[in-house]
Write a protein that binds this ligand. Structure first.
Ligand SMILES: NC(=O)c1ccc[n+]([C@@H]2O[C@H](COP(=O)([O-])OP(=O)(O)OC[C@H]3O[C@@H](n4cnc5c(N)ncnc54)[C@H](OP(=O)(O)O)[C@@H]3O)[C@@H](O)[C@H]2O)c1
Length: 267
């Protein structure tokens, strides 16, 4: 069977990607090779998932149709340089490294290479990722759609112009951290009001999940849902007024914009 996909780097995001693709049935294990510097990690993944595993990036990338680079950003160029001679003509290289631009990748791999820059997020681990994809100049619409279908194996995926990547990092890339802060704070309030810690987290987490699903599945605007929950002279509107007074919205907007700015500086 043809070697469809090589994954270089099997950490948090790399393993989430492979698990999602396999669980969605988008590829068979025999079509995937994963590469990790640690033989223990490579063997564990091949044992668990049934794909071929190696500690040799060049061997993994050799003749694969799609090569996903999932190493830390400071290693992306080193690894790209290492695998370039082994790439098949027409191979699509997908980098998920935060802040590494298509221009930087082309500088290492060559102007003729097909390159996709992707930005998934941590909920990919449970099949609920939100990924943005930007295609390099050599990637045609069928090819970017092929990569998009793989990323849809672990959540949603949208093709965006590369100039939007800073916004993507600020909203979906770093967003899980902001949501975690909110959940922690809400749970702390529950504990302060007498709830057990485990219950407080369960109530806060399910509330965030359920609210997001309501918005996604009914297409309701967040303001409409908020108005529906806030009865006149009731409890919720008191809390909403306090959040407004303390600047929740402006804090989130400012934080996300600083995040986008930081990503621009790092790119
Ligand atoms: N985590 C996120 O939420 C997130 C979101 C979007 C994008 N990303 C991007 O995803 C990439 C990976 O992040 P991560 O969170 O998955 O990091 P991670 O858990 O540290 O995974 C990186 C993996 O790369 C391996 N590695 C190191 N050197 C290597 C080499 N020369 N060849 C092959 N593999 C090598 C590491 O193995 P050892 O541990 O054995 O050294 C590790 O398993 C980053 O570029 C990051 O910007 C992450």
């Amino acid at each position: 069977m043809a070697r469809e996909l090589a994954l270089i780097g099997c950490g948090n995001m790399g393993s989430a990607i492979i698990r999602g693709i396999l669980e969605a049935g988008l590829l068979a294990p025999e079509e995937i090779t994963v590469s990790s510097p640690s033989a223990v990690t490579a063997d564990r993944l091949s044992g668990e998932l049934g794909c071929t595993a190696t500690t040799d990036n060049v061997e993994a990338a050799h003749d694969a149709h799609i090569v996903i680079l999932a190493v830390k950003p400071h290693l992306i160029e080193v690894v790209a340089r290492e695998i370039e001679p082994a790439l098949a003509d027409g191979a699509i290289v997908v980098s998920i490294a935060a802040g590494v631009t298509l221009a930087r990748l082309h500088a290492v791999l060559g102007d003729d290479r097909k390159i996709v820059r992707a930005m998934p997020n941590l909920p990919a681990m449970v099949g609920e990722g939100m990924s943005a994809l930007s295609a390099g100049a050599q990637v045609d619409p069928a090819e970017i759609n092929r990569v998009k279908r793989l990323f849809e194996g672990f959540g949603k995926a949208v093709v965006v112009p590369e100039r939007q990547m800073d916004a993507v990092v600020a909203v979906s890339g770093s967003g899980p951290a902001y949501v975690c802060l909110f959940i922690e704070a809400l749970a702390d309030a529950g504990v302060a009001e007498g709830m057990g810690r485990a219950d407080a987290y369960a109530f806060a987490e399910q509330t965030v999940l359920g609210t997001a699903r309501c918005l996604l599945e009914t297409g309701t605007h967040p303001a409409v849902l908020k108005d529906r929950v806030s009865s006149p002279a009731g409890t919720t509107i008191e809390a909403v007024a306090t959040l407004e007074e303390r600047g929740l919205r402006s804090a989130v907007i400012e934080a996300a914009r600083i995040c986008a700015q930081r990503n621009r500086e790092l790119s």
